[in-house]
Design a protein. Sequence first.
Length: 227
Amino acid sequence: MIIKRYRSVVVSLQSHGEGIYTIELQSLNGGYKYAPGQFLHLALDSDYDGTGQWPESRCFSMQSNPDETNIRITYAVKGRFTTMMETHLREGSEVWLKLPYGDLFTRDHVKVNTVFIAGGTGITPFLSLFTHESFSGYSNPKIYLGFRSSEHNTYKAELNRLCNRHHYLRFWYQDVDGPINIQQICKENGPNPDYFISGPPEMIKTFTSYLIENGIPDSQVKTDDWG
């Protein structure tokens, strides 16, 4: 796909508490084009005119799917750029997006018994796939999702609606269950499936190392680790 720059406006902004926000963006210069699991660059520079050197930006996975008109992203306030987003973004705010980037779900992989593991807001690229028609091509997927607590799982109703008896869905709440247990997941699924991992960088690194050290070929471990 061709990388394009989109002048966009915030059409809704939802706070989930504790510095976690979901924003919905609408393009002001043509429809967005991307694939499930891809990510974008978001720039706040109000003086940028769409030409010349791209301003300071940050990457975010797209939570929405390509069939939707608008794009949704969820972010946690963790550094200077996301602090600026929290301070300055409101409904009606204009930003610039550059997309699409990434090939998370377009890499070669087997769509039978596929394992999806996500921590916190790392679920967002998975939602882009789970809500898209292409997810019907997966047979018996296994979905493992970790959150700090049940209150942080703002996706529970949507996930329960999306996932039916053909999907295995397991939530881990750190305050009750402890962190996601990669040893258990590896034991349950073995060396045959492809594993997708998304979440904090340290989680991705630790889980990837564990899987490879325990017999999962590295070609079968796919990570969303652009950031």
